[in-house]
Ligand binder design. Structure first.
Ligand code: ADP
Ligand code: MG
Length: 356
């Protein structure tokens, strides 16, 4: 276990700055997920922590010691890559033991550690196979086994499930969650998949363009997104956004409306607004409920009804031309082409001064 601290970390390739002053604290035994769209700098950050990439500016600390210039093998870190990076000509046993062989560990130590990793990952029966005789999920398990035997202070994972099909991805996701519970090690996990972030993380760090947009517990970010980007990134289906006009600015709320939305009062959460400005209202699809025209706040026409089994997703075309989505219970019936109104609790809505 270890604490990892990134303080004002930056990275430039030539004159292009790709990481722009990042602060992140990772506690002993914490599972931290870096999530963000492709190209936002997740891998670069992880590779800097591992020592595979020079740090241009700022301080990286592991257990209170500055390690900016410490070589990778001395950092007590093991990294698992998306591409597995296992050797085809070696058996599973030899692949898992690889780091120990390099470090000239004794035969007994190798046997003990490989057996332990195989037990944790439930792959005792695979030890004598070669990678070509394994499924994708089993290969990724070998790569994780190789990290486990090194007994690292910190595990780093870079999109380890991206090459697996959907069903296997879910199984492996649960296994990695279990692994974290079993090992109680600090883990940093990079993904572009918000579902992996929500399900695995103690703490999520949302990144965009080399900057931290918000960091916190998954449900904290889900319920209290700090900005439009985080609001739209976490949750499926995504939060609906409406362009609205600020009619009045009150002490702790703002009153907003638009052509399809009746006047509502939404908590402003300390954000600054001016009367008359355009702002963005966010409402999650799950929080919209069918209502009659008099009690509903939001009015439109049903464009499409999709039954997913566990829920019914309705596409609604608003009078102002925008489209929104309502996620309703499994047996909700709304006829395509008919008018529909929806009710929601303004306290579950978000208002952002930014315009999309
Ligand atoms: P992510 O892992 O979030 O998809 P990366 O960390 O791989 O993103 O990349 C972040 C940014 O840095 C991207 O714009 C990418 O093009 C750039 N980048 C990554 N590696 C290099 C490199 N060796 N030289 C120049 N630019 C790079
Ligand atoms: Mg990457």
């Amino acid at each position: 276990m270890a604490q990892v601290k990134l303080h004002d970390i930056s990275k430039s390739y030539g004159s292009v700055e790709v990481i722009k002053g990042v602060d992140i604290d990772i506690d002993d035994g914490e599972f931290v997920v870096f999530v963000g769209p492709s190209g936002c700098g997740k891998s670069t950050l992880l590779r800097m922590i591992a020592g595979l990439e020079d740090i241009t500016g700022g301080t990286l600390e592991i257990d209170g010691v500055r390690v900016n210039d410490l070589e990778p093998s001395k950092r007590g870190i093991a990294m698992v890559f998306q591409s597995y990076a296992i050797f085809p000509h070696m058996t599973v046993r030899e692949n898992v033991a690889f780091g120990l062989t390099i470090n000239k560990a004794s035969k007994a130590e190798k046997e003990r550690k490989v057996a332990e990793a195989a037990r944790i990952l439930q792959m005792e029966h695979l030890l004598d196979r070669r990678p070509s005789e394994l499924s994708g999920g089993q290969r990724q398990r070998v790569a994780i086994g190789r990290a486990i035997v090194r007994d690292p202070k910190v595990f780093l994972f870079d999109e380890p499930l991206s090459n697996l099909d959907a069903a296997l991805r879910m199984d492996m996701r649960m296994e990695i969650g279990k692994l974290h519970n079993d090992l109680a090690a600090s883990m940093i996990y990079v993904t572009h998949d918000q579902v992996e972030a929500m399900t695995l993380a103690d703490k999520i760090v949302v990144l965009k363009d080399g900057m931290v947009m918000q960091a916190g517990a998954p449900m904290e970010l889900y319920h209290e997104p700090a900005n439009l980007f985080v609001a739209g990134f976490l949750g499926a289906p995504s939060m609906n956004f409406l362009d609205v006009t600020v009619e009045a600015v009150n002490e702790t709320t703002v009153t907003v409306k638009n052509a399809s939305l009746d006047l509502i009062e939404v908590p402003s959460k300390g954000r600054a607004f001016t009367q008359g400005q355009t702002a963005t209202l966010g409402v999650r699809p799950q929080y919209l409920h069918p209502a009659d025209e008099a009690t509903g706040k939001l009015h439109g026409k049903v464009a499409l009804t999709e039954r997913l089994g566990s829920e019914t997703v309705i596409d609604i075309k608003l009078a102002d031309g925008n489209k929104i989505i309502a996620a309703l219970s499994e047996d909700a019936i709304l006829t395509e082409g008919t008018s529909a109104s929806f009710q929601f609790d303004p306290n579950q809505a978000h208002i952002f001064p930014e315009v999309r």
